[in-house]
Structures are given as C-alpha cells and as structure tokens.
Design a protein around this ligand. Sequence first.
Ligand code: HPA
Length: 270
Amino acid sequence: MPSPTGPDPYELANQAAQAIRERFGIDGIDVSFTLGSGWAAASDDLGEEIGSCPLGDLPGFSAPVVIGHGGLLRIVRTASGKTAAVLTGRTHYYEGRGVAPVVHGVRTAIAAGATTVVLTNGCGGLKLDRPAGTVVLMRDHINLTGANPLVGARFIDMTEGYSKRLRDLARTVDPGLPEGVYAQFHGPSFETPSEVLMAGVLGADLVGMSTGLETIAARELGAEVLGLSLVTNLAAGISPTPLHHEEVLEAGAAAAPRLRSLLAGIAAAL
Ligand code: HPA
C-alpha cells in the first residue's frame, strides 16, 4: 500500500529480505532473534555462523544510536538445523524516526520467511521479588506509546500476542521462568514513579521502551512471538536509587552467561 509519508514499508522489507538471501546465499530464514539491552552477548551461542553484516548495509535499516545497542545482522544455523537471523540491535521509537523503522527488522525477517520471532529486551521491574538479573517471559503487553505500526483498517487479533506454545517451549529449557506483562512507554526518559505506579495498576509487571510495537507488526504477518525481558533494574520509585543507563548495561553484563545459555537452549529447541 503506498504511504503518504514514505516508501511502502512492506515493500522495503521485501527488498531487505531479498538482499539477505542474495548476500548470504540462503533460500530464506526460519526464525529471528532481536537482541535488546543486555542480550547481545547471547548472539555468539545461537548457532554456527553463516555470515554477518552491519544492519545499516541493508535496505531500510540505519545505524544504531545507543551505546550498548549493537547493529549487526548475523545469519546462523541453529543446533536444530534452522536458519536464524540474529539482529544485535534495534531502532527504538524514541529515536524519532517514526514507527515504520522500529518494526522494519521484524517485517524483514518475516518477509525472508521467519515464522518465529524472538524479541528480547532489558526493562525495569515492578516486583521486589524479581530483582535485576531476573528473566521474565512476556505474557502480554500494554502499548502506552500512542503509536501503532499498522496503518488503515488492519484489525488484527492480539489475544495471544505472545505465543503460549513458545512460552511453554522456553520453560522446557528453564522451568523456573516467570511470566509478566510489559508496558511499553515512549521514552527516552525513564518513567516517573507515578507512571510506574500507573503501569502497575493497569496490570504491568515490567516497563520498557521496545518490543510491543514489533510484536504487533509480527502478529499482523502471522509470525509467532516469544518475548523475553531481562529485568536490568527495579523501576523508578520501586528502586531506592535513581536510574542510570550504565546500571542497565552493567546488569546486562552480569546476566550475560545466563542469557547466553538460556537463549542457546531456546534456539536449539525451536
Ligand atoms: N524503564 C524503561 N526502560 C528500561 C528500564 C526502565 O526502568 N530499564 C531498562 N530499560
């Protein structure tokens, strides 16, 4: 569908998918992993590398702007023989480029054949018994960005935005994984304590600045979504101290060994 604000995002995703097939000499991909804050280290253990390139080399992608958010596409063969696209970084809505670039990675992966989309993030936690370092399976999200990647009468069902089947599969790798509801804020300022309280009243256990919009785009195109959140800090007002981006990075680094083995296990089980 032509868009008044730029190139057709679905056509752009088709072009990026074609560029991936040609560049890596593959027929397509089966699954994609988007690695958010703290998760990038997991990229090394997902499978045998077929090749990699800067995401910015592909149609419609731009270089990442946040320290700690990588910007590579790696194509790997998983232990179960699946071809996986690993995106070590994402475009965030707070970058102000609009919503289409935010979901371009997911749309590209699905245009290249992915039927499973694994989205990871670092987030603030609302529960004292789930401190920094806790990994939570996303059961649902609350989109507080005011934006939506879908334009026009695309009334897609979001009853099971995050696949129950994939959550069960993740628990075959780690039976102790809890579930939670993620509230996506616009950012880039962290939430105020009152906004965190509001998110809790609305039913959220986690607050962050990504993932929900990508899930909407993936569900429109029929892919199953697995959402994994790393609690990098207790959310503002729950935490006794002010929040810093460095704290988010440190929590990711501390959790790296656990994230690596968890995601490797999931990749092998998919
Ligand atoms: N809020 C929003 N996004 C985040 C947080 C947070 O507390 N921590 C890491 N990403």
